[in-house]
Design a protein around this ligand. Structure first.
Ligand code: G6P
Ligand code: MG
Length: 445
């Protein structure tokens, strides 16, 4: 048995390793994959097991599907896709080719393509919130005893599709916790189904719930304002910065890796460039540096030009709205000089009372200037502010400003934060939010 991106591959695989397979609409499919990953609907859970996969029909019942064990990769390349040539539900076997073996969920995708010829795209996502809502509202579902990656599930899915809308639809996999399948005639239409169902149910998720108040670090602090970093907290722009910086490194003939990119998080543009040039051991004049920074920024801006509100990280909008409706002031405190542009693209400018970014400060994080300016404009003392940050430099800046700091990411990296959460979808939210709001209300009285 193979370890797969959903636990274990349960079918018998005959796979021929080959070069990437070129199919029309791969770019579109891959963009959909990136969006699903950014929304947390495809990814990897805290125990390292991947979830979610997507595919597109090629010729006949052949289809291109994401490879096994790709859940942790933020942006896939053609090397991460596999062509399923044929499948046999009764014998539970799959024949495939490509640079990587097929997703463990291939049989399920195959069953859908086989059942209706107009279906050309299948997207399998995970979301507790959507799952619970769909079960409650009685969407088409597969039985609880049909487990993921099994012929039973494939047959159940086939039945479901034939009984419901044949061209596009959503199915909840009751035997595959949090699992949902969307299918449609095109990538675009299938994606639309997911984005709509996400919108329908996501707002139910952030519930201000009184739990473990005494355990919360926030309950002991009088919080009046929350300051949010932008990149990595509200939206994942790191991948676009990475593409743009990597191209600069390539110009100078050295490689710039994803782990190198980690060092640039929260760091200003010019300091990022210094780190990059240091990695490549390149020495150039100040004028050349400025030109390079401009080239990088033009490329970055082209990459973020099509950003839209769907790229806002899961739950953050609702979290900020909840704070505001409970009397907490909100500000943006970002190193980026592009933050105005991004906030506009995401349509979230009204979520902030104050916006302070790289255009308003002369000292970059870890210097506390950006957060202190935000607090001053909010007319709030630093000790009454909490900062949400994903980068070490930002956490140091918050601490230097004498503010509370909640890290977004891994506690192993964000060592000095008062509390670290995975993101704005975890249950700890209520532990932060409720005491935050209680404190604000008490102070308003
Ligand atoms: C954020 C990002 C950094 C970036 C900095 C400046 O803090 O995490 O990676 O270098 O903003 O961004 P800018 O958009 O001004 O180049
Ligand atoms: Mg950041």
């Amino acid at each position: 048995m193979l370890i797969s991106n959903e636990g274990y591959v349960k079918y018998n695989a005959k796979h021929i390793f080959s070069k990437p397979i070129k199919v029309p609409y791969l770019l579109q499919l891959n963009n959909a994959r990136t969006l699903m990953y950014n929304l947390g609907l495809i990814g990897v859970n805290s125990t390292g097991v991947g979830y979610g996969n997507l595919s597109i029909r090629f010729h006949g019942d052949e289809f291109l599907i994401t490879g096994t064990n790709t859940g942790a990769i933020s942006v896939l390349s053609p090397n991460d896709y596999c062509l399923v040539k044929s499948f046999d539900i009764v014998r539970n076997s799959i024949i495939s080719c490509g640079p990587v073996q097929a997703s463990s969920e291939s049989m399920t995708h195959g069953a859908i393509y086989r059942s209706v010829s107009e279906i050309n795209c299948v997207i399998h996502i995970h979301s507790k919130n959507i799952f619970d809502g769909m079960i409650r509202d009685k969407y088409p579902f597969t039985p609880e005893n049909a487990e993921y990656g099994t012929p039973d599930l494939a047959i159940a899915i086939e039945n479901c599709v034939l009984k419901s809308d044949k061209k596009e639809g959503l199915i909840v996999l009751a035997g595959h916790d949090e699992g949902i399948i969307a299918y449609g005639c095109t990538v675009e239409k299938t994606l639309k189904l997911i984005l709509e169902i996400k919108k329908k149910y996501e707002r139910e998720h952030i519930i201000v719930n009184v739990t473990k108040e005494n355990n919360s670090i926030m309950s002991k602090n009088k919080i009046k304002a929350a300051i949010f970093d932008l990149d990595g907290v509200i939206v994942d722009t790191a991948k676009y910065h990475y593409i743009a910086w990597k191209e600069i490194a390539k110009k100078y003939g050295f490689d710039f890796t994803e782990s190198d990119n980690e060092r640039l998080k929260g760091v200003s543009r010019m300091e990022s460039l210094d780190i990059l040039l240091n990695i490549g051991k390149i020495k150039i004049s100040q004028k050349e540096k400025e030109d390079l920074a401009t080239i990088k920024n033009e490329r970055y801006k082209a990459l973020i030009a099509n950003m839209n509100p769907d790229e806002i990280l899961y739950g953050v909008r609702e979290f900020i709205e909840s704070l505001r409706s409970n009397g907490i002031l909100t500000a943006l405190g970002s190193a980026s000089k592009n933050s105005g542009f991004i906030l506009e693209k995401l349509n979230i400018l009204p979520l902030f009372d104050v916006v302070i970014d790289g255009n308003h400060v002369s000292n970059a994080k870890p210097n506390p200037e950006v957060f202190l300016k935000a607090a001053k404009l909010l007319n709030t003392l630093p000790e009454n502010c909490v900062v949400f940050e994903d980068a070490q430099a930002g956490i140091e800046a918050a601490k230097a400003a004498n503010m509370k700091c909640i890290g977004i990411g891994s506690p192993k990296i964000l060592k000095n934060a008062d509390l670290v959460i995975e993101g704005f979808k975890s249950t700890e939210l209520s532990e932060i939010l409720h005491p935050l709001c209680l404190n604000a209300k008490k102070q308003q009285k």
